[in-house]
Each structure stands twice: as C-alpha cells, then as structure tokens.
Design a protein around this ligand. Structure first.
Ligand code: HEC
Ligand code: HEC
Ligand code: HEC
Ligand code: HEC
Ligand code: HEC
Ligand code: HEC
Ligand code: HEC
Length: 415
C-alpha cells in the first residue's frame, strides 16, 4: 500500500495527530500511492528515487485550461518568474555604455556586458590591451532569479550548462561578481549542477556525465504548477476523459498539499527553502508528499547560532515558539498562487492565533498594533548567505527572519 521509502515516517508522524487525522491521512496515502504512477507502471518495479520522465508532465498551459483562477494570478509570482530565457525583458542589468562594466580587484581586468544583434554577452577584457579580449566571452542564455535580490546567469556550451561570472545586484542596480567567485579572476567554468535547477526550474532530463549535461529541450524554466503538485499529465488525461474524477477522490492523480500532514507540507517547501543541504538522491526524484530527509541531508545550524535568514525559512520557523502550536505551516501566511508583497497585511495571520491584547505593547499602541506584529516579531535581517565581492566589499541581502520571537530593539516603524 504505502510507498516503503516514505511510508514509515509518515505513519509515525500521523500517530501524533489523533484518530481522525490518521484516518484522513490513511486515505490520502491510499490516493497518492494509487495514482502517483502512470498506468502500467507498477509501484514494485519502480526503482527508488527515479526522476519522472518528461512525458509525466503536462505543463502550466494545460493546468490553466481548467484552473484559470490560480493560473492567472500565479503568472505574476516570483516562483513563476524565477528563471527564464535571457532577453532584454528578463535581464535586469544595464547594457548602456558606461554602466555595462564590472571593475575588479585586478586593475587590468574588467568584465563588459554587451548587447549584440544576436544576443547578450559577458566578456572578460584586458584593459592593458583592450583590443584583445582575454578570449573569454559567453552568451547570457538563462536568467536565474526574478530579481527581488539579484540575478545570476547561465550559459550553454554544447549541452553542458555553466554559470556566468557576473551577476546583477538589485539593491544597488549594479553588476557584481557572482556569489562565491574570486574577485579579479576569470572563471567561466563553474558547472550549473542539477540541485541548482531543481530549486530554480520545473523539470529537466539529465544526460551526464558530467553532471551539468542536460537534454537541452527538456529544460522547463520557471517554477511551475507541477513542482508543488507533482507531474500532472495523468491528472489532465483523467479530467479530460468521459468520467472525470472528483477532488479528493482516489483517482484524481494530483497532489493537493493541504491534505498532507504538516511535516510533509513543510518538506515540500523545504525542498528549496531549507538550504541547499547535501543531495542524497537524484534531483527531481522528490515528489510532494515524500519525506525530504530521504532525498536531501538538510544541514541544521546549532541552536543559538546566528540565524541565516536566506533560504532557510523552514529551520527558522521551526525555532519559533509559535511552531509548538502544531498548526503553523508556510500556508498559514503564504498563498503561493498570488504575489503577496505587503508585509503589513501578514499581521492578520498572527491574529488567527493571538489576540492583539496578548502583546504588552498594545497598551501604548492601541489598535494601530494590528498591522505591525510582523515588523517587531519578524524583523528584516541581513543574510549571511547571499554575499558577493564587489571591489572587495561584502554585499548582504536583506530578508525577513522567520523565527517569530521577541526582538526588544524593534520599534515597529519599518512598515
Ligand atoms: C481538464 C481539466 C483539468 C486540467 C487540464 C487540470 N485539472 Fe486539476 N482539477 C480539475 C478538476 C475538475 C478538479 C476537481 C475540482 C473540484 O472538484 O474542486 C481538479 C483538481 C485539482 C487539484 C485539487 C486536488 C484535490 O484532491 O484537492 C489540484 C491541486 C489540481 N487540480 C492541479 C492541477 C494541475 C497542477 C494541473 C496541470 C498539470 C491541472 N490540475 C490540470 C480539472 C483539471
Ligand atoms: C536548495 C535550493 C536552492 C539551490 C540549490 C539554489 N538556490 Fe538560489 N534560491 C533558492 C531560494 C529558495 C531563493 C529565494 C531565497 C529567499 O528569498 O529567501 C533563491 C534565491 C536565488 C537568487 C536571488 C533571486 C532573486 O530574485 O532575488 C539567485 C540569483 C539564485 N538563487 C541563484 C542560484 C543559482 C545560480 C544556483 C545554483 C548554482 C542556486 N541559486 C542554487 C533556492 C536555491
Ligand atoms: C510553490 C508551490 C505551489 C505552486 C507552484 C502551485 N501550487 Fe497550487 N497549491 C499549493 C499549496 C500549498 C496548496 C494548498 C493550499 C492550502 O494550504 O490551502 C495548493 C492548492 C491548489 C489547488 C486546490 C485549491 C483548492 O481551493 O482546493 C489547486 C487547484 C491548485 N493549487 C492549482 C495550482 C495551479 C494551476 C498552479 C500553477 C498555475 C499551482 N497550483 C501552483 C502549492 C503550489
Ligand atoms: C522548486 C523549489 C521551490 C519550492 C518547492 C518552493 N519554493 Fe518558494 N521560492 C523558490 C525560489 C527559487 C524563490 C525565489 C524566486 C525569485 O525571486 O526568483 C522562492 C520564493 C518564495 C517566496 C518569496 C517570493 C514571493 O512570492 O513572495 C515565498 C513567500 C515562497 N517562495 C514560499 C514558498 C512556499 C510557501 C512553498 C511551499 C508551498 C515554496 N515556496 C516552495 C523555490 C521554491
Ligand atoms: C498557528 C498559531 C500561531 C500563529 C499563526 C502565530 N503564533 Fe505566535 N505563538 C503561538 C503559540 C502556540 C505560542 C507559544 C505560546 C506559549 O508558549 O505560551 C506563540 C508564541 C508567540 C510569541 C512569544 C515568543 C517568545 O519567544 O516568547 C510571540 C512574540 C508570538 N507568538 C508572536 C506571533 C506573531 C507576531 C505572529 C505573526 C507573525 C504569530 N505569533 C503567529 C501560536 C501562533
Ligand atoms: C507567520 C507568518 C509567516 C509564516 C508562517 C511564513 N512566512 Fe514567509 N514571510 C512572512 C512575511 C511577513 C514575509 C515578508 C513579506 C514582505 O516583506 O513582503 C515573508 C517572506 C517570505 C519569503 C521572502 C523572503 C525574502 O525576503 O526574500 C520567503 C522565501 C518565505 N517567506 C518563505 C516561507 C516559507 C518557506 C515558510 C514555511 C517554512 C514561510 N515563509 C512561513 C510571513 C510568514
Ligand atoms: C513595537 C513592537 C511590537 C509590536 C508592533 C508588537 N509587539 Fe508583541 N511584543 C513586543 C515586545 C518587545 C514584547 C516583549 C514584552 C515587552 O517587552 O513588552 C512582545 C511580546 C509579545 C508576546 C508575548 C507576550 C508574553 O506574555 O510573553 C506576544 C504573544 C506578542 N507580543 C504578540 C504580538 C502580536 C500578535 C502583535 C500584533 C498584533 C504584536 N505582538 C505587535 C513588541 C511588539
């Protein structure tokens, strides 16, 4: 019945939730195991940790046919726009002469970003002898990042994918050395690994070795519906058939994360929002509903260590006392089908568990406190993780911490 690789953890988890949840979740396990595999492909013969074939995916356009409401608002989200083909519209950096240059610690080396008729290029230039490029010039092929903090770019060499050495930094609207690159050196050879694309694209087929070799046409950019709902070709086929199954039925063949136990919901977001970790199974073999620990060894920093506010919202949230409520998940505050930009509006979610009177500050602030919970209890912090050398400087992204706690110095005035 249960998929052995995740069944055990799921059951242990369920025991905490009482009989009703056990029954509800047993039904889900049954649904998922009955439908997660294409017909004629028996579960017993499925090797552990196999990424789905390209044919298992239907693509966002298919979902939009029947789920127009989700599809319409989803297009504008950072997830949907997270990666894309490089173009004038998607590359945020400036190609205007004068602004198209990154100076480096090496006085003779600059990078020039060039808009040519056939595309956009990054090239390393030896200033001592400007007629001679160093020989390193590569095209922007793929943009990673909607640009909330910055963007990094990838290029194809044959069917191998590499990172470009110059990135874009939204805070200062400048070109910078790509995170982790040594300032003053030319390096066009850093491979773009499957784990990078697992977090920043919907699907792809690997063709390695080496590990950064892909079937180019299989790469679907942007984070699509099927990242969180699982490959949907079977669901689409069944819904288009003469006898379409109903939501929650055993035949629906699509995962609605709301039906998962809390830990499995957190694992779904945690695939990408719990830090890179150490992959222990092939990229894309994790499916919604699986136990993440079997796919990625998540590295958790010790309690008391400075909380890294980049990319590890799961770990940060788990450190909150609120988490002990047993109910808090990412979906308590985030509806991932729409872009939510307004921090003040998030405070309404605190009030689903707390009364404003619970906060001693209510006495001074009165009703105005209702939109400021997040400002004081989830303050913006500098990230230790997205840093980049720019002429020797360390740049730090600013992010909202997900450890909900008491920060006595916060005045609640940042909104
Ligand atoms: C031909 C129409 C059709 C297409 C195409 C389609 N769906 Fe559905 N989907 C449905 C219907 C009908 C339901 C059941 C809705 C209900 O009863 O509330 C459903 C339900 C769902 C649910 C909820 C399942 C549950 O058990 O609660 C999710 C999630 C979902 N679809 C996602 C997708 C995704 C992702 C795609 C694209 C891969 C997609 N759908 C494509 C018709 C479609
Ligand atoms: C574990 C999953 C994971 C891996 C691996 C990963 N990223 Fe990310 N990345 C994220 C998440 C999640 C964010 C958003 C962070 C946030 O807002 O807290 C992000 C943010 C970014 C951003 C900033 C996006 C923006 O709009 O501001 C860039 C650029 C980026 N990643 C590039 C890369 C590249 C290039 C690689 C691989 C070489 C990579 N990342 C590897 C998950 C990952
Ligand atoms: C980042 C993950 C993520 C992505 C991407 C995503 N969803 Fe969802 N979706 C969820 C979660 C989580 C839920 C359950 C929401 C909740 O907890 O109420 C959900 C619920 C749904 C439901 C059930 C809604 C209901 O009211 O029962 C449908 C239908 C759906 N999504 C369709 C889509 C479609 C279509 C897309 C692409 C346009 C999409 N989703 C993209 C995470 C995602
Ligand atoms: C496949 C990897 C992946 C999964 C799974 C994923 N995310 Fe993300 N998420 C990202 C990346 C990458 C970004 C950065 C997007 C950018 O700006 O380029 C991001 C950005 C976000 C943001 C900030 C942007 C915004 O829309 O406000 C939120 C919030 C977020 N994710 C919540 C979630 C939640 C909740 C889930 C689980 C239901 C989830 N994510 C699942 C990769 C993922
Ligand atoms: C799902 C319910 C839930 C939500 C949503 C929630 N909390 Fe909590 N919160 C709790 C519980 C339970 C505790 C622990 C109470 C205790 O230990 O007495 C708690 C504790 C706290 C504490 C005390 C922390 C400490 O370190 O002493 C603060 C402050 C707090 N919450 C603020 C917030 C804010 C602000 C939000 C919104 C951003 C929020 N909470 C959202 C349930 C929740
Ligand atoms: C108690 C409410 C709450 C919960 C629960 C919550 N978030 Fe958030 N999240 C916020 C707020 C508030 C922001 C800041 C929004 C803003 O400033 O526009 C935010 C921002 C984010 C961002 C963007 C960070 C950045 O600055 O780049 C990501 C990514 C994110 N959340 C992911 C998650 C994930 C994953 C979970 C579950 C582990 C989660 N959140 C749970 C309230 C919450
Ligand atoms: C101006 C900053 C500020 C704002 C705004 C704020 N808080 Fe607080 N809150 C604090 C501080 C500081 C404490 C610690 C007690 C103290 O020093 O007064 C606290 C304590 C708490 C506690 C723990 C009380 C206890 O008995 O341990 C909860 C729960 C809480 N706040 C919830 C909220 C909620 C919900 C909101 C929004 C309606 C909110 N807070 C808005 C600063 C703030």
């Amino acid at each position: 019945m249960t998929r052995t690789r995740s069944g055990q953890a799921r059951d242990v988890n369920l025991l905490r939730g009482g009989t009703r949840r056990i029954l509800a979740a047993a039904a889900i396990v049954a649904i998922w195991s009955a439908t997660a595999f294409p017909r004629g492909f028996s579960q017993e013969t499925k090797p552990l940790d196999t990424p789905p074939p390209a044919s298992a995916y239907a693509g966002d356009a298919a979902c939009a046919e029947c789920h127009a409401q989700e599809a319409k608002t989803y297009e504008a989200t950072a997830h949907a726009r997270d990666s894309s083909d490089a173009s004038q519209a998607t590359i945020l950096g400036n190609f205007t002469p004068g602004k198209n240059v990154l100076r480096t610690r090496n006085p003779n080396l600059i990078f020039a970003m060039i808009a040519a008729p056939d595309g956009f290029y990054q090239s390393a230039v030896n200033i001592a002898d400007p007629q001679h490029l160093t020989g390193d010039a590569e095209k922007f092929d793929i943009v990673v990042g909607s640009g909330r903090h910055g963007q990094t770019y990838l290029y194809w060499k044959g069917d191998e994918l590499f990172e470009l050495p110059v990135s874009y930094w939204t805070y200062t609207h400048e070109w910078i050395n790509s995170p982790g690159y040594a300032d003053g050196q030319v390096d066009f050879n850093r491979p773009a690994e499957p784990r990078c694309l697992e977090c920043h694209a919907t699907t792809f087929q690997t063709a390695g070795p080496p590990s950064n070799r892909y079937q180019r046409s299989s790469l679907v950019l942007g984070i699509g519906c099927e990242t969180c709902h699982g490959p949907g070709a079977e669901h689409v086929a069944r819904e288009r058939s003469a006898h379409p199954p109903a939501a929650g039925s055993a035949e629906i063949a699509i995962m609605n994360p709301v039906r998962l136990a809390r830990d499995r919901q957190l694992d779904l977001c945690g695939l990408c929002h719990a830090g890179p970790g150490i992959p222990i199974a092939p990229a894309l073999s994790f499916r919604p509903g699986d136990d993440l620990a079997r796919y990625v060894k998540i590295t958790v920093s010790p309690p008391g260590a400075p909380v890294d506010v980049h990319g590890n919202q799961v770990n940060a949230l788990e450190r909150s006392k609120c988490f002990t409520s047993g109910r808090l998940t990412c979906s308590t505050c985030h509806n991932v089908h729409e872009s939510q930009e307004d921090a003040a509006s998030f405070s309404s979610h605190c009030l689903s568990c707390h009364s404003e009177h619970a906060c001693p500050r209510f006495r001074q602030m009165g009703d105005s406190i209702r939109t400021k919970c997040v400002a004081c209890h989830m303050p913006v912090r500098r990230s230790n993780a997205i840093t980049s050398g720019l002429e020797g400087q360390v740049l730090q992204a600013e992010m909202r911490t997900h450890t909900i706690a008491i920060y006595p110095d916060e005045k609640g005035t940042t909104e």
